[in-house]
Design a protein around this ligand. Structure first.
Ligand code: KG4
Ligand code: ZN
Length: 379
């Protein structure tokens, strides 16, 4: 079954064709094409996504992006209606004017090609990025004890620019939100921290790059000679940021205080510009500590068989590495999945992948019912 996926929730115009096959409890999802037109360079000058600008760009880009996705998958416009089984589109959460561009395009193509539509929750899409190539060894780590399929109950930490959520999954389409952020999302916190330090946009990769400099001992040596030896700790540099809500008796998060703590720390330090890597390192580590601690606690409480990461922040190398290490030592019986890097940030392959499992359940969305839901909840 081949599905065309469309994703325009924020500032990426994306289309993909994914082929799903099922045999018993096993399935394979093959990405035949995955085209993304990024608007990062346009929004960079404003320091964030400008919704009106994003929407106009989607309108310009959507048809060429879909055309490329079809061609790359070996389909033509003339034959697409016969070769595809459905069109999937992200319906929310996201920016209303951005989402509309994708939804109206999906409706029109569905009408013209007489194909069923599948509306997909954007977060569900991020979760299903883990199911792409899930059977391959490279995707699953710590997976010696599992068979080649993702086992439930699973827990997913979704960390993106708009969301930080811990979700438990008891089967395809069966979700329960265990906790979420009370204020800023983890990615948003990275973006704001980057803005405070003036290191670039988008903030996540920029902060991560600065933090990586701190981790290189040469940098520490040159910059902190008096203190420095290979064991120099951030505490010796007197940079210590809080780990918000790390010991709270629930699975909620809060990152806006962390960003404020960073701002106060920078305000107090006349020489902060010379120490950006160490501030970035401490900030990143504070976010990582909270995310890992709470996820592992939830996994232990609910006897989880599989832990998955999802969303743009899961592209963070240190987060991926430290998660792997902690799971190995603290809950070795759990399998751990992280999406391939190209499927962590917004893309349409993840939307088509999620849609494949809806299609198996014959869960299609009539075109009259498909609509934008900016604050869509996972159901
Ligand atoms: O999932 P995504 O592409 O879009 C949303 O649905 O929000 O996530 C974008 C977010 C941005 O906040 C970006 O700064 C963050 O993901 N991000 C990262 C990294 N790469 C992207 N955060 C930390 N480290 C990274 N390497
Ligand atoms: Zn996203």
């Amino acid at each position: 079954m081949k599905i065309l996926g469309i994703e325009t929730s924020c500032d990426e115009t994306a289309a993909a064709v994914v082929e799903g096959k099922k045999a018993g409890e096993y399935f394979t999802l093959r990405v035949l094409s995955n085209i993304i037109s990024s608007q990062i360079d346009i929004h960079k000058q404003y320091g964030g996504v400008v919704p009106e600008v994003a929407a106009r760009e989607h309108v310009l880009n959507i048809m060429p992006v879909i055309d490329s996705a079809l061609k790359k998958a070996g389909l033509t416009r003339e034959r697409a209606g016969k070769k595809l089984s459905a069109i999937a589109v992200a319906t929310g959460p996201g920016l209303i004017t951005s989402l509309i561009a994708g939804i109206e395009t999906a409706k029109t193509l569905g009408y013209a090609w007489n194909l069923p539509l599948i509306g997909i929750n954007h977060i569900e899409g991020h979760i299903y990025a883990n199911f792409i190539n899930a059977n391959s060894k490279s995707q699953a780590t710590n997976s010696k004890k599992i068979s080649n399929t993702i086992k439930f109950p699973a827990i997913i930490l979704t960390v993106s620019g708009g969301h930080t959520m811990l979700v438990s999954m008891n089967g395809h389409g069966k979700y329960q939100t265990l906790g979420e952020t009370r204020d800023d999302a983890a990615g948003e916190a990275f973006d704001k921290a980057a803005q405070l330090m003036g290191v670039g946009y988008p903030g996540g990769p920029a902060v991560a790059a600065e933090a990586a400099k701190f981790q290189i001992s040469d940098f520490r040596f040159q910059n902190y000679k008096k203190l420095s030896n290979s064991k120099v700790k951030n505490s010796q540099l007197k940079i210590a940021l809080p780990r918000p809500m790390i010991d709270s008796p629930n699975f909620d998060f809060s990152f806006s205080g962390l960003k404020t703590a960073l701002r106060y720390a920078l305000d107090k330090d006349k020489n902060w510009k010379q120490k950006i890597p160490s501030y970035a390192y401490e900030f990143q580590q504070a976010v990582i500590d909270v995310l890992i601690h709470k996820t592992i606690k939830a996994a232990q409480k609910y006897n989880i068989k599989t832990i998955m990461l999802a969303g743009g922040v899961s592209a963070n190398t240190e987060l991926r590495k430290q998660f792997k290490e902690k799971i190995k030592t603290q809950i070795p019986h759990s399998a751990f999945y992280i999406p391939k890097l190209s499927y962590t940030t917004d893309n349409a392959a993840m939307i088509a992948a999620a849609a494949y499992f809806h299609a198996l359940r014959k869960d299609f969305t009539p075109w009259k019912k498909i609509k934008v839901d900016c604050n869509a909840k996972l159901k």
